[in-house]
Design a protein around this ligand. Structure first.
Ligand code: ATP
Ligand code: MG
Length: 380
């Protein structure tokens, strides 16, 4: 008998001619998720099978976090001998309770029993070994799967995985990453769709501390796991913020600052081949996230700006942050550049022409150029 993990892939099934490409990427990603092991990852009969690992539960956990994987099952492969199969099925069901059903699929038609006969025989042996079980063919609590191919393969437990699409199959984007709760979640959501993300972070030392910066790098590390390392571009933002604070109307300070973030993000994205910009904004959450303010900001780039959290409530976002393990880091109380020089009454419905007029008081190009020169790119 040999231990295996059976991997089901969800949406990859929907890909027509591109399916082989998506599957190749998925197989590679599964291998990358198990770097220290000499595992075998094999594609057969519309599933992926992983073998050669040391620890079943640890490997299940790792594989279930690979984007593109719909679910995983611990499985056991054995000889195509009726007696061996039935004994293994009974053994696998000995600690299970409630109702069950045996399902067989026989792609090897030379096997002496057909699917129904094998299911009936195995079901009988399972009940003999564990009389507390009962058969329910309509809504069983446990499904015992037996597949007969070049070997027999059995499994009775399915663990839901992260889903989505294999990493990198949907291109590359630049994520505006603050130290808050929202932006790491936005990054995760978009990465789950197969988009490789780099991050950009605006820091305003000495108003923002080294610890605030470390926190952002830590967040990038947590979500960067899904793509085996993330590049973070840290932009010096102090001078821009000081200039805005000194020269511009206070109530427009936030929207002007956000337009600078977008202008710089546009250049960094293009320099690194990113096809879109991602932010963690959701409508109405704060003054800078009204539709008018978002509209003013979007004018600063011709790249698409995606906001995967746009329609979510804060509580929905917190739930995801908890699930992906970013929440505890995000709530560490270090300041973000957005909290430096916050206007008392930011304008919630800024007009683009009025904002542009206000920006004429600044050397926009010079400030951007200087910030671009100071960018530090870190791989976490
Ligand atoms: P978050 O929880 O992600 O910080 P937030 O609710 O605090 O979001 P804002 O501070 O207005 O909202 O930021 C909105 C979005 O702008 C963030 O989700 C992020 O994408 C981007 N952003 C804000 N501050 C920064 C920063 N210092 N560096 C990079 N991006 C930032
Ligand atoms: Mg923030």
């Amino acid at each position: 008998m040999r231990e295996l993990i059976m991997v089901r892939f969800g949406e990859v099934h929907l890909k027509g001619l591109n399916r082989p490409y998506f599957l190749r990427m998925l197989v590679e990603d599964i291998k990358k998720a198990l770097p220290e092991e000499d595992v075998r990852v094999r594609l057969a009969d519309g599933r992926i099978y992983v073998s050669g690992f040391a620890d079943m539960e640890k490997t299940l956990d790792r594989v279930s976090k690979v984007f593109g994987v719909y679910s995983v099952s611990p499985a056991y492969e054995t000889e195509k001998d009726t007696e061996t199969i039935c004994a293994l099925a009974a053994e696998m069901m000995k600690d299970v309770s409630g109702s069950f059903k045996v399902l067989c699929r026989r792609s090897d038609k030379t096997f002496p029993l057909n699917s129904q006969e094998l299911a009936a025989l195995a079901g009988g042996r399972i009940l003999e070994a564990n009389p507390s079980l009962r058969v329910d063919v309509h809504k069983p609590e446990t499904e015992m799967w037996i597949e007969i191919r070049e070997k027999a393969c059995l499994c009775n437990r399915e663990i839901m995985a992260v889903g989505g699409l294999p990493m990198g199959t949907a291109g590359k984007a630049l994520l505006l990453l603050s130290g808050g709760i929202d932006s790491p979640v936005a990054g995760y959501q978009i990465m789950r769709r197969g988009v490789n993300c780099q991050a950009i972070h605006f820091a305003s030392p000495p108003y923002t501390s080294m610890r605030a910066r470390e926190k952002v790098l830590e967040l990038a590390k947590i979500i960067g796991k899904y793509e085996y390392g993330m590049k973070v571009h840290v932009v010096p933002f102090t001078k821009i913020q000081m200039e805005i604070h000194e020269k511009c109307l206070e109530e427009l300070g936030t929207v002007i600052m956000r337009r600078f973030m977008m202008r710089i993000s546009d250049r960094v994205a293009k320099a690194h081949g990113c096809q879109a910009i991602i932010t963690g904004e959701s409508i109405g959450q704060v003054a800078s996230q009204t539709m008018e303010a978002l509209g003013c900001t979007d004018l600063m780039t011709d790249l698409p700006v995606f906001r995967p959290l746009i329609g979510l409530d804060k509580l929905d976002i917190i739930h995801i942050a908890e699930k992906i393990d970013t929440y505890e880091t995000s709530i560490l109380p270090y300041e973000d550049c957005c909290t430096v020089f916050t206007p008392r009454h930011p304008m919630t419905k800024p007009k683009p022409d009025k904002v542009a007029k206000e920006e004429e008081k600044l050397d926009v190009e010079g400030l951007i150029e200087e910030a671009m020169q100071g960018i530090e790119s870190i791989l976490v």
